[in-house]
Design a protein. Structure first.
Length: 279
């Protein structure tokens, strides 16, 4: 039995198929953990969803910001962006089945010694709190009135965590941390404008995983979302798996080793399907 984590697919179904062939994936024997942004920007988001759904219990998927955007567009909460490539999903005959499957995916997982999120974890949160807060988002998305959550999801404020937060503001901070976070202050104030490498942090901010004393420091954390992060930079207990597939980089899987935190990277090169600055 082999266990793999895979970074942002973003609708690149052909690359996902090649990566699964490269690792010799067998759904009867192996397990995949996908770290979110399953759809959008790439050429075949519909095929990605159908492929992953067909794997059933052999694939465990997190939701990323692009997946939530698809749900918001489907509910009429947001208008499609010019750069979106999810129209095939929205016009599919099994649209409702696909969207119901998507909105019942996880926001964070902990398995085989790894805490898995799409984007990041605030420094005040340990693994247990991260999973509990992710569970609050999951409950909102799985409820009958899930559109209400989506209407309150967007916005940059509040930009820091407080245990006293309630309602839409509480859920907004959680979703922003788990699906959008790159940089924050040592106190956990989030910064959302900067999307470049870890060295480009604005004054007073740093990559979330470099905050001194963050409460997940002793827990190996795997994440995607940050394609401009130099994934080859070695940081103990941190595994970045968005290697820019949709931008002409690679789609990367990490095979989990026998020891906690031990991984082997396997990647396939991808054709560039999005141009820088085009969304």
């Amino acid at each position: 039995m082999a266990l793999y984590m895979i970074g942002d697919v973003q609708g690149c179904d052909e690359a996902l198929g090649r990566l699964m062939d490269e690792i010799g994936f067998s759904p009867s024997r192996d397990t995949l953990y996908l770290l979110g942004d399953l759809v959008n920007r790439g050429p075949d988001s519909l095929a990605v969803l159908r492929r992953l759904m067909a794997l059933e219990g052999a694939a465990h998927c997190l939701l990323g910001n692009h997946d939530l955007h698809l749900l918001a567009v489907a509910q009429g909460v947001r208008k499609p962006h010019r750069s979106d490539t999810v129209a095939d999903i929205l016009s599919a005959p099994d649209r409702n089945h696909l969207l119901d499957w998507l909105r019942t995916r996880s926001m964070a997982l902990q398995a085989h010694g790894w805490l898995m999120v799409h984007a990041g974890v605030l420094p005040q949160w340990d693994a247990a709190q991260t999973l509990a807060l992710a569970g609050e988002l999951e409950a909102a998305l799985r409820s009958a009135d899930w559109g209400v959550f989506l209407h309150g999801m967007y916005g940059n404020q509040p930009d820091f965590w407080s245990d006293g937060l309630r309602g839409a503001a509480r859920l907004r901070v959680i979703v922003n941390a788990l699906t959008r976070l790159r940089f924050c202050s040592p106190q956990g104030v989030m910064e959302f404008d900067t999307k470049d490498s870890a060295d480009s942090a604005p004054a007073g901010f740093m990559p979330w995983f470099e905050v001194p004393g963050r409460r997940t420091e002793g827990t190996p954390v795997a994440f995607g979302h940050w394609s401009t992060l130099d994934a080859d930079v070695q940081r103990p207990g941190v595994l970045a798996l968005d290697t820019g597939c949709v931008w002409g980089g690679c789609l990367t899987a990490a095979r989990l080793g026998a020891q906690p935190g031990e991984v082997e990277r396997i990647a396939v090169r991808c054709p560039q399907t999005r141009k820088p600055g085009k969304g």
